[in-house]
Design a protein around this ligand. Structure first.
Ligand code: GTP
Ligand code: MG
Length: 295
């Protein structure tokens, strides 16, 4: 899969526009245009100011603009580096949370597929018990990918389903269990409390569980997802971020602000609806895809 192609909207909004602006030479007017472009890419104020400062410093020494190299260097410095996740329990329990429609279920299916392809076993648990369709959606993925799914009846207690799914994965000696939850707004206190309960009950089913909590953010929302993420983090200890739908937005720059502001690793990104469109996030590759190249 060509990441550059998938992130085309963000690259055009950032790199192509900067290329046009700087192509005409470098002066204060160009830098003002550059500022607008950086902000429109959703890089955020802090990062935009750092990039502009670096542009200014370099341009004083050199009238030829090497803006691409500078931008890549600043973005790489800005992105916090995190250790890769290595599960140290069996099963490794992953809880997946986020607002409605962010891409939780799709992420779980694609993540499970990757786990299976790596030769490990996985159970997908459906703690989204509000809609019968939620169980059906996950069950369908299970059939398609030939991966076991644990569901329950509509209206069941999500915490109880989580408990059962973990116990089932233990009994079946599986490597992973990934729990899907119902989408909820960070402002819905009752539903957020329910999520805290799911988290606690997972720990009762198995000590140390869940071993990671993935917060799925819709990339098309850009930096506006920040307050939403901060609310989720008040109710349960989120460990990793997933940013989906980056194929459908020009605001790809927001991942830098998210990684920095929330100080959590962006573990995966979604760049399409296909099965292969969830990829492990790699800062360098991502930066290269939205800045690099000569197009
Ligand atoms: N273009 C694009 N679409 C995506 C991506 N990830 C998910 N989607 C689509 O977004 C829609 C919602 O995805 P779901 O996985 O059902 O989202 P959810 O968070 O489980 O939704 P709820 O359970 O209703 O809260 C689906 O149509 C997905 O195909 C992505 O990376 N790119
Ligand atoms: Mg879902």
């Amino acid at each position: 899969m060509n990441l550059k192609e998938k992130l085309k909207k963000s690259r055009e909004a950032l790199s192509r526009k900067l290329g046009i602006a700087f192509g005409k030479g470098v002066d204060e007017d160009t830098l003002e245009i550059a500022e607008e472009i950086l902000l429109a890419s959703d890089l955020g104020w802090e990062l935009t100011e750092i990039v502009l400062k670096r542009f200014r410093e370099e341009f004083k020494l050199n009238s030829e603009s090497d803006w691409k190299r500078i931008l890549v260097a600043v973005l790489e410095e800005f992105l916090p580096v995190h250790k890769p996740w290595t599960p140290d329990s069996k099963p490794a329990v992953t809880l997946v949370v986020g607002v409605n429609g962010a891409g939780k279920t799709t992420t779980i299916a694609r993540l499970s597929q990757t786990i299976k392809a790596a030769g490990e076993s996985v159970l997908m648990g459906c703690a989204d018990t509000y809609r019968a369709a939620a169980s059906e959606q996950l069950a369908l993925w299970g059939q398609r990918l030939n991966i076991p799914v644990h569901t329950s009846l509509e209206g069941a207690d999500p915490a109880a389903v989580t408990f059962d799914a973990i116990r089932k994965a233990q009994a079946d000696n599986l490597d992973h269990v990934i729990i899907d939850t119902a989408g909820r707004l960070h402002t819905q206190k009752g539903l957020m409390d329910e999520l805290s309960k799911v988290y606690r009950v997972a720990g009762k089913a198995m000590e140390g569980a869940p071993h990671r909590v993935l917060l799925v953010l819709d990339g098309t929302v850009g930096q506006n997802a920040l307050p939403q993420a901060q609310q989720f983090m008040k109710f349960l200890p989120v460990t990793d971020l997933v940013v989906t739908k980056l194929d459908g937005t020009a605001k790809g720059g927001s991942v830098f602000a998210m990684a920095r502001e929330l100080n959590l690793p962006i573990r995966y990104i979604g760049v399409g609806e296909g099965a292969e469109d969830l990829i492990e996030f790699n800062g360098r590759t991502f930066i290269e895809a939205i800045v690099g190249g000569n197009d």
